[in-house]
Design a protein around this ligand. Structure first.
Ligand SMILES: [Fe+2]
Length: 402
């Protein structure tokens, strides 16, 4: 271990992860935070606004196997909204919905449908981050402030990112409550079926943003300049083009790669791309998918499917293609097992990854999930993009939006 070795967050320790597992799960690298103008510890939470938080929270417990850990709402003095905090390993979701008819959350939901409003980040020094963000041209939505209850004090602030999405910055080093001041401890009532693993995913791997045509480089520049994120990988043009649809994608990551944000924009093609469809139905830029890291994708997918989750279909031709076996080499499971479940494989110089994508989880064709099992690869499934998008387009066509 060197001085720059990966330090685990309390959430990761509590989730039973060690540095080696994390490195494997989400492709963590060592990083010296001392020279970082905007040090980021980890993703703090993914905050959703949905049409019915009570039912969505139950969905994420019953179907995604998440654990309810905290709650705030009318019963705890917040008359205008409900918020449920769910955990799976080190990954934290917060599901919010409006209660009183004049709640601004309902206006947000009217515009965007179910979606992600906040990619909150845990940082060691909120004031330092905000000073740097302001100096580099970010919009500060919430000035640094202390929030306190009987469990301690959280210092927080927020900056704007694409669309109506924000990054709340949280320093929780002086806080010991279940989430944030104002939240009370809550417990899952959903029983885990016998024989099921403790959790179906252990960490968040990446959170993808869709932005308008021509805006991707602007947002890559924002993350480089404001948050000191580095460019990880780059997919342009033909990499992600099918006959009808195309997109461009670049990935930015925090110094230790614990936080990874791919950014997509539509590219010109014969027909409307999946990014255009998202932008139309979300009503602008926003978070497209969340990739959840699992150490056993076969079991995870089997359980999710038995819980009713629908995944994108992968054509048999993907698995029967002799070039596939040549491209992916030796992987830990027989290709037949992957084919049975529609799991995709990709390999790069560092290793390989297994991945699968759900269909959109709300009513609008917008937000969906990816499940990913990494074996050394630090990539995002570049080799699968074409196979995947052809499958996506068949779904888009069924909805009459191609
Ligand atoms: Fe992804």
């Amino acid at each position: 271990m060197t001085a720059n070795a990966v330090e685990l967050t309390p959430e990761e320790l509590e989730a039973g992860l060690d540095a080696e597992q994390l490195r494997r799960l989400v492709g963590l690298v060592e990083h010296d935070a001392a020279g970082d103008p905007f040090p980021v510890i980890a993703q703090d939470a993914i905050v959703f606004v949905v049409g019915n938080a009570t039912q969505a929270a139950q969905f994420y417990q019953a179907v995604f196997g998440m654990e309810l850990v905290a709650y705030s709402g009318p019963e705890t003095g917040r008359r205008d909204r409900k918020a449920f905090v769910l955990r799976s390993g080190s990954c934290r979701f917060v599901i919010k919905g409006g209660v009183s008819p004049d709640s601004p959350l309902l206006d947000h939901h009217r515009r965007h449908g179910d979606g992600v409003v906040d990619l909150a980040l845990e940082v060691p020094d909120v004031d330092k981050c905000i000073a740097h963000a302001r100096a580099t041209g970010a919009t500060v939505l919430e000035e640094p402030n202390d929030v306190t209850d009987e469990h301690g004090t959280v210092r927080r602030a927020a900056i704007a990112t694409y669309g109506e999405t924000r990054h709340t910055l949280v320093d929780r080093s002086r806080y010991h409550g279940p989430y944030l001041p104002g939240f009370v401890t809550a417990q899952t009532r959903v029983q885990r079926p016998e024989g099921h693993p403790k959790r179906l995913f252990q960490a968040l791997d990446h959170a993808v943003g869709n932005v308008e045509l021509g805006k991707m480089d602007e947002w890559v520049g924002f993350y480089n300049r404001v948050m000191g994120f580095e460019n990880m990988a780059e997919f342009v043009g033909d990499d992600i083009a099918t006959e009808y649809s195309a997109l461009m994608s670049k990935v930015v990551a925090s110094g230790n790669h614990r936080v990874k944000f791919p950014l997509n924009e539509p590219a010109i093609a014969k027909k409307k791309s999946q990014i255009d469809e998202y932008l139309e139905f979300y009503g602008g830029p926003g978070c497209q998918h969340l990739a959840l890291a699992t150490n056993d994708i076969l079991t995870t997918v089997d359980i999710l499917r038995s819980n009713g989750v629908e995944f994108l279909n992968t054509p048999d031709s993907y698995y029967d293609d002799p070039l596939l076996r040549e491209r992916i080499g030796k992987v830990r499971v027989p290709v037949e097992e992957l084919k049975k479940r529609g799991i995709l494989v990709d390999r790069d110089e560092d290793g390989y990854l297994l991945q699968i994508f759900t269909k959109p989880q709300g009513d609008r064709p917008t937000v969906f999930f990816e499940f990913i099992e990494r074996h050394g690869s630090l990539g995002f499934g570049k080799g699968n993009f074409k196979a995947l998008f052809e499958s996506l387009e068949r779904e888009q066509d069924k909805r009459g939006n191609l």
